[in-house]
Design a protein around this ligand. Structure first.
Ligand code: AMP
Ligand code: GLY
Length: 424
């Protein structure tokens, strides 16, 4: 089979690495890919929002399966565009992609299907949103409805912050169309966890739990990022709770979508807050998390291509999805300054030495090859991932590997998996 992966991050390198191990694979392409994917497949210079270009490439190169890494192409209708030329796509239809593309859509569906989530209201005028916010207690969470590159969520501790967030989104329209509608919701308190499942439209197969680290600084301080590290399993969500969690957070949505003729095929990701009142869903993503995908692929034993085909064809069975029992841990190395401005073009060394450490795999994210040498080209540069017999060993190996890698202005969190260690 010829397979095309869309995307350019650590997630896509991890998917490419796992897919490249499948006996089903002939040729692998990644659009646009990065320095890591260039070593195991052919990078194609097409952006993830260039739906026409991706479809034309897939048709011209006899692609048998397109795998959507990020949400944007799905929200833009990649699946439908591929359907029209009869090329299978791993990832949901544009209707289902609204679960990630519109927070109001996701919250309304959670309420309609009984999924536990923070109390909320949706507003599409600034006056009404402002009046509501002024009449309610703080803290309060204000979210731009649409995709805002992870920047559309403000946890307002003061009325000033709340008013400024509404003004930025609805009057200044800093996120454009995405912020014209806002969700205002109750602030939840608890530890976060990531829970993902493969879905074939009706059958749901949960994957091992993970915990991401969203803030840039140690001890969860500073700005929100795409994620600075993750480990699996997360002791806060043990294996014997996966079935119950799937029934709580995934099944109601998948059954509802099947019932209205929009079966969900792909990966459904529930971002959870483990509150004193029980788990609540913060958000859905319609794809693998990043960095979560990296420690997850390190643990996946089964053939990912077989799983993806079964999802697309609606014949998924739990027996097809087997994970190694080992624990995995991924530490993201970023460029100093991320998630704001950061330098690019730093030469990266020490990748081979890092991978000489037992069970270590370095996934590349914001990198390019320059004359065969990896250089940084993004904020999150590498995902240094290790397996171990327990979290302590996986974490120790990952950090030992991080220390072998050098690039100017590198930055990483020193406390990845500490919360998990305290619980295990
Ligand atoms: P979201 O994109 O909705 O997941 O929000 C991004 C991040 O904001 C989450 O990972 C949480 O850390 C935080 N967050 C979102 N909603 C809430 C909430 N209702 N209460 C507290 N924190 C939240
Ligand atoms: N790491 C969180 C996400 O992929 O959305």
């Amino acid at each position: 089979m010829n397979i095309l992966i869309v995307g350019a991050g650590g997630r896509e390198h991890a998917l490419a690495w796992k897919i490249s191990q499948s006996p089903r694979l002939d040729k692998l392409f990644i659009a646009p890919g990065n320095g890591g994917t260039a070593l195991i497949g052919t990078n194609v210079p097409l952006k993830d929002n260039d739906i026409e270009g991706i479809v034309a490439f897939a048709r011209d190169n006899v692609i048998d399966l397109v795998v959507a890494g990020p949400e944007l192409p799905l929200v833009l209708g990649l699946k439908e565009a591929l359907d029209s030329v009869r090329i299978p796509c791993f990832g949901p239809c544009v209707f289902d992609a609204q679960l990630e593309g519109s927070k109001a859509f996701a919250k309304n569906m959670m309420r309609d299907t009984g999924v536990p989530t923070a109390d909320f209201r949706v507003f599409d005028t600034h006056e009404a949103a402002l009046a509501y916010v002024r009449a309610h207690d703080l803290p309060m969470v204000i979210k731009a409805d649409g995709l805002a590159a992870g920047k559309g969520v403000v946890i307002a501790q003061s009325m000033n912050e709340a008013e400024e967030a509404l003004h930025d989104m609805m009057v200044k329209q800093v996120f454009g169309e995405a912020g014209m509608t806002v969700v205002v919701e109750e602030a939840l308190v608890g530890e976060e966890a990531s829970f993902m499942a493969f879905c074939d439209g009706k059958t749901i197969v949960p994957m091992p739990s993970l915990q991401d680290h969203k803030r840039i600084g140690d001890n969860d301080t500073g700005l929100n990022t795409g994620g600075m590290g993750a480990y699996s399993p997360a002791p806060i969500l043990p294996e014997d709770s996966y079935t119950a969690m799937a029934d709580l957070a995934i099944r109601p949505i998948v059954e509802h979508l099947a019932g209205i003729g929009q079966p969900f095929k792909g990966v459904l990701y529930a971002g959870l807050m483990m509150t004193a009142k029980g788990p609540m869903v913060l958000e859905y993503n319609v794809r693998f998390g990043d960095p979560e995908c990296q420690p997850l692929m390190a643990r996946l034993k089964s053939d990912l291509v077989e799983i993806m085909l079964a999802c697309v064809e609606g014949i998924l069975s739990p027996a097809q999805v087997v994970f190694h029992q080992e624990t995995s841990c991924c530490v993201v190395m970023a460029a100093q300054g991320y998630p704001q401005d950061y330098p690019k073009g730093m030469v990266i060394s020490g990748l081979d030495a890092a991978e000489e450490i037992e069970s270590v795999k370095v996934f590349q994210a914001g990198t390019q090859l320059r004359n065969g040498v990896p250089v940084s080209s993004g904020g999150r540069v590498l995902g240094v991932t290790a397996l171990g017999c327990d979290l302590r060993q996986a974490r120790e190996r990952a950090y030992r590997a991080v220390e072998k890698i050098r690039f100017e202005n590198s930055y990483y969190r020193k406390d990845i998996a500490n919360k998990g260690l305290r619980r295990s």
